[in-house]
Design a binder for this molecule. Structure first.
Ligand code: NDP
Length: 484
């Protein structure tokens, strides 16, 4: 069989890819050896800015299949009939570590799914935890600073982490999950995914429901202790990639069951808690899980960078039948995620193969810009503005979301809530068995290494308010660590 020929980026055959063009055998190199310059210039441009958060990731392609009818809640066509399948692209990640960080660090995991639906892409950009550390986006960049490197030492700082958490009691719920077994899953396959925020569903009759998404692992939960994870990191920093990629290559396809909690729109005013607060869950007893379908990952992309690094998930990608809620963090992420991708990948990031809809046509009037490598004028080049009488694409009022009633005065509201900050972390703590509680105490004591007494004392008050046994356990472990 004839060998494939290496070409320039312009498609011309290359005569030699090993030897520089030199004036005599001892050089120097000629400026006109353009392909050498091109090769070096390409190498300099192989990296794009890594994500500020969720830089290290693993992902795969797969399928979502509807198993139960939820058409009374949403008109989204991806849920229109039992058995319906939609291709998906999933990416999992750690939050704080850089792109080369070890996979097996204690951290929240990102859990994102892009559904390539016939009505456009729907991105579910969640985590493996049902809640988040802060409920207002004003706190988000500061929180992330505490997870990243100290500006002077260039080291991660336990002091900064606990200083912030102890001053922001709404973080206790997520801190408790992070320090529990579920803060260190063995693989992306052995964890749940959650939409975390409250979203909206709306149906063909124009009724709105509030909704929370839960992806329950069918592989079961599995976790490392800190000690086990340290051993793994000593052996490989790429454990998750090895496990996820390897399982899919073997045909051992991981699956999750998608379930939703659904709240009628009017209930939002009645429930005793703010249902749009991302630091809280909706108790299952109040809003039971309703089964919807199954997510399966079954294909490794041929090129990691093209499909996983270039994957751009943003909660701004919704389809008719799915909407936002007043959740303050969600509202901010709708802007922030798309903006991160504009910075990271460029203006036209949505046209990259990982992000372009597979089952819907793209027709818009955004023009030009860097890397405008696609055409979407639908064969009518005179229609490059709107409105026009040149047969250009027009709006579709049938996908208009029903109006949302808002009550209340415009203000900056107090977001500290004594009951809300402590009730659910306490409920979670009381759900743990004795061994789980011991590991929680131990993980917290380890994470508090080097932290000042003042900060520890302030944090202990929060543990105490969630459950006195929580504070007592941490205290005991801190003492044991000190006496070592
Ligand atoms: P339930 O007893 O009905 O639900 C408990 C939930 O906790 C289940 O979803 C379960 O997930 C999850 N869970 C079990 N063990 C752990 C663990 N070690 N770490 C983290 N999550 C765990 O109670 P409620 O709905 O009243 O919630 C009680 C507490 O459970 C909440 O305060 C919250 O912290 C936590 N929780 C609640 C969720 C919700 O949406 N209501 C979701 C996840 C956690 P699984 O079925 O996958 O094992």
């Amino acid at each position: 069989m004839a060998k494939k020929i290496i070409t320039t980026t312009g498609g011309a055959n290359i005569p030699n890819n090993q030897k520089s063009l030199t004036a005599g055998p001892r050089g120097p190199v000629l400026m006109q050896d353009y392909q050498l310059l091109e090769k070096l210039a390409h190498q300099n441009r192989e990296r794009i800015p890594e994500r500020v958060v969720h830089a290290k990731g693993w992902g795969a392609m797969g399928t979502f299949t509807v198993t139960h009818d939820i058409t009374k809640y949403t008109r989204a066509k991806l849920f229109s009939e039992i058995g319906k399948q939609t291709p998906i692209l999933s990416r999992f990640s750690t939050v704080a570590g850089e792109a080369g960080a070890s996979d097996t660090e204690r951290d929240v995991r990102g859990f994102s799914v892009k559904f390539y639906t016939e009505e456009g892409n729907w991105d579910m950009v969640g985590n493996n935890t049902p809640v988040f550390f802060v409920r207002d986006a004003y706190k988000f960049p500061d929180f992330i600073h505490t997870q990243k490197r100290h500006p002077k030492t260039n080291l991660r700082s336990n002091e900064a982490q606990w200083d912030f958490w102890s001053l922001v009691p709404e973080s206790l719920h997520q801190v408790t999950i992070l320090m529990s077994d579920r803060g260190l899953p063995t693989t992306p396959m052995h964890m749940n995914g959650y939409g975390s925020h409250t979203f909206a569903f709306w149906n063909n009759d124009g009724e709105r429901f509030w909704v929370k998404f839960h992806f329950k692992t069918q592989q079961g939960h599995a976790h490392y202790t800190n000690t086990e994870a340290a051993t793994i990191t000593g052996q490989t920093r790429e454990k998750y990639q090895e496990e996820l990629f390897g399982a899919i290559e073997k045909g051992d396809f991981p699956k999750w069951t998608l379930k939703v909690q659904v709240m009628p729109e009017a209930d939002a005013e009645k429930v005793p808690y703010n249902p749009f607060d991302v630091t809280r869950v909706w108790p299952h007893a109040d809003y039971p899980l309703i089964e919807v379908g199954e997510l399966e990952l079954n294909e490794n992309p041929e090129n990691y960078f093209q499909y996983i690094e270039n994957a751009a998930y943003s909660p701004s990608n919704i389809v008719a039948g799915i909407g936002f809620s007043p959740d303050k963090m969600l509202q901010a992420r709708v802007f922030s995620y798309a903006d991160a991708h504009r910075y990271r990948l460029g203006t036209h990031y949505e046209a990259l193969p990982a992000n372009a809809p597979k089952n819907a046509t793209v027709q818009h009037y955004h023009k030009d810009g860097a890397m405008r490598f696609f055409q979407n004028d639908s064969g009518t080049p005179d229609a490059y503005y709107e409105p026009n009488s040149k047969d250009g694409p027009v709006e579709d009022p049938s996908v208009m979301e029903p109006p949302m009633k808002i009550s209340g005065d415009v203000s900056r509201y107090e977001d500290q809530d004594e009951v809300g900050n402590y009730q659910q972390p306490g409920d979670l703590f009381r759900l743990f068995n004795d061994e789980q509680k011991e590991r929680l105490f131990g993980n917290i004591a380890a994470a508090m290494e080097g932290v000042s007494q003042e900060v520890i004392d302030r944090q202990m008050v929060h543990f105490e308010k969630a459950d006195p046994a929580y504070a007592a356990g941490v205290k005991r472990h801190l003492k044991a660590t000190k006496n070592k």
